[in-house]
Design a protein around this ligand. Structure first.
Ligand SMILES: Cc1cc2nc3c(=O)[nH]c(=O)nc-3n(C[C@H](O)[C@H](O)[C@H](O)COP(=O)(O)O)c2cc1C
Length: 287
């Protein structure tokens, strides 16, 4: 009997120990799973501050290269040179400038037909520049400042000179290949030319008037009837060059289409196969 009591006590003790252990375990907080970290956007790295590239020290201003055919500093120093060959007056013109201070845009916005000219001489440097702009040679291969169908160049340009420094009054033909003018008429015909232009006084007043004429066969021999149109297009190119160049030089001009063709031909002593197409008086103008 006593042995049974002891056994029971042992069993009860064991059971109580088990219960207490279980209770103790129950009180231990179950480790909560680590929360899954929300995908937070990677912070964009600050852009690395790259050091400013070191400034190249400004190069010391180099001396202007000496040029003979671009910028002409003192226009007063550049005058036409008279050469008399076989009693024919020829003026070798100063070389043209191929750079300037007036943008094409400025010349375009300022261009107007000017009709009121001052009684002021034009320098031969400026006449040289205008003739070159009209039809001068601008490439070693002989191409010119104005485009031409087939590069046939059907135009001839004359300068009716009245008041140009260093150049005797008269009518001169421009020779683009040699950038010179050759005299054909040895007197001032401005008043008569003005009459031929229906009395438009700007021709009498301007120190010089350009006359554009055409030798149609140069172009029609290749392009047939179409060549006539080409020649008329081309005189427009040339004349626009003169308008813009004049503006850039502080000069004015006006395209004149109203004149008696036969009178102009007679006055300039033009060959039979040449037709005058345009007159452009040039000079300093009053606004
Ligand atoms: C084919 C043609 C013939 C012209 N003929 C004359 C003319 O005989 N007399 C004149 O004073 N202006 C003449 N002009 C100039 C125009 O009157 C002038 O271009 C027009 O009034 C526009 O003015 P702007 O050139 O100042 O822009 C002629 C223009 C062209 C294109």
């Amino acid at each position: 009997m006593k042995k049974t009591k002891i056994t029971l006590a042992v069993i009860v003790t064991i059971m109580m120990a088990l219960v207490l252990t279980a209770c103790a375990e129950a009180q231990t907080p179950v480790p909560t799973p680590e929360p899954v970290a929300e995908a937070t956007p990677e912070p964009t790295p600050e852009p690395e501050l790259t050091p400013e590239p070191e400034q190249e020290p400004a190069p010391e201003s180099e001396p202007e290269p000496e040029t003979t055919d671009t910028l002409i500093p003192e226009e007063s120093q550049m005058t036409a040179t008279l050469v008399i060959e076989n009693s024919q007056y020829t003026y070798e013109l100063p070389p043209p400038q191929v750079d300037g201070n007036t943008s094409v845009e400025k010349a375009l916005v300022q261009r107007r037909s000017r009709r009121d000219f001052q009684d002021k001489a034009l320098s031969s440097q400026k006449l040289s520049q205008i003739l070159w702009a009209a039809y001068g040679v601008s490439s070693p291969s002989g191409l010119r400042t104005a485009p031409s169908a087939g590069a046939l160049y059907p135009l001839e340009i004359y300068a009716v000179v009245g008041n140009v420094e260093g150049i005797e009054p008269g009518v001169y033909r421009y020779i683009p290949d040699e950038h010179k003018i050759v005299r054909l008429v040895d007197r001032d015909i401005r008043n008569e030319l003005s009459e031929a232009a229906l009395g438009q006084s700007m021709v009498a007043d301007a120190p010089v008037t350009l006359v554009f004429s055409a030798v149609y066969e140069r172009t029609t021999s290749r392009y047939g009837e179409r060549g006539f149109s080409y020649v008329h297009m081309e005189v427009g190119h040339s004349a626009q060059n003169v308008y813009l160049q004049a503006e850039a030089l502080g000069l004015g001009t006006c395209a004149i289409g109203a004149y008696y063709v036969d009178d102009v031909k007679l006055l300039l002593d033009l060959p039979e196969n040449e037709e005058p197409l345009y007159l452009m008086p040039l000079g300093y103008y009053n606004d």
